[in-house]
Design a protein around this ligand. Structure first.
Ligand code: GRF
Length: 211
């Protein structure tokens, strides 16, 4: 039997939910979340930024905001499942010591093992750059362009044991234009992600989204 989704606790502006943001790359969506959180009192705040590499550009956004921001590469001395589990246990230690309550995946390019997902199920949120269930996986923009569809978009969803399969919290459409390539399409979709992700995280933390 699959593990149940357990919602985050009820929070308030005085006692906001403690978010951990996980990234792999430039972190432009992390940056828009941090701007959203600093613009007025919120029901959530970012307490740690974690990356799966030491040189992830987005760690700088966390550091600049005074938030502990740590790159945790995969252990070199192992491989396969042993390596994944050892990496997740390093991540889990950081989450515990920062007393994180919700995980926000923001361009985090790793798939968690089932045992990790089960620990956090209902409290891991991801953003994916397509209209799920269409075009899951790591190459959404490329797949959208090869399929020749005229509309794409982005999806915020809870993470379950599958890849990009969890319950959908919000979606927004973005047009595919004549002559688009992966870069132009990614740029147009990201503009929408920068707005949709902070807004949806906010509603989710306030318990306003039913799943
Ligand atoms: C976003 O397009 C997100 O949907 C995908 O990775 C990208 C992250 O962008 N999962 P950035 O690193 O925040 O700029």
């Amino acid at each position: 039997m699959e593990a149940p989704f357990i919602r985050p606790r009820v929070c308030s502006i005085e006692d906001p939910l403690r978010l951990a943001v996980l990234i792999s790359g430039g972190g432009s969506i992390l940056s828009s979340l941090l701007a959203f959180q600093s613009s007025e009192p919120r029901y959530h705040r970012t307490v740690i930024v974690l990356a799966d590499r030491e040189n992830a550009g987005g760690l700088e956004y966390g550091k600049r905001a005074g938030i502990p921001s740590v790159g945790i590469p995969l252990p070199k001395e192992m491989e396969g499942t042993e390596r994944r589990l050892a990496h997740e246990s390093l991540i889990q230690s950081q989450l515990q010591s920062s007393r994180a309550e919700v995980l926000i995946l923001s361009g985090y390019m790793r798939i968690f093992t089932t045992s990790f997902v089960e620990k956090w199920k209902g409290r891991i949120v991801n953003i994916h750059p397509s209209l799920l269930p269409d075009f899951p996986g790591a190459n959404a923009h490329r797949d959208v362009l090869s399929a020749g569809v005229s509309t794409t978009g982005c999806t915020v969803h809870l993470v379950d044991e599958g890849v990009d399969t969890g319950p959908i919290l919000a979606q927004r459409e973005v047009p595919v234009l004549e002559g688009d390539n992966e870069e132009t399409l990614q740029e147009r979709v990201k503009k929408v992600e920068h707005i949709l992700y902070p807004e949806t995280i906010d509603l989710f933390c306030r318990g306003r989204l039913l799943i």
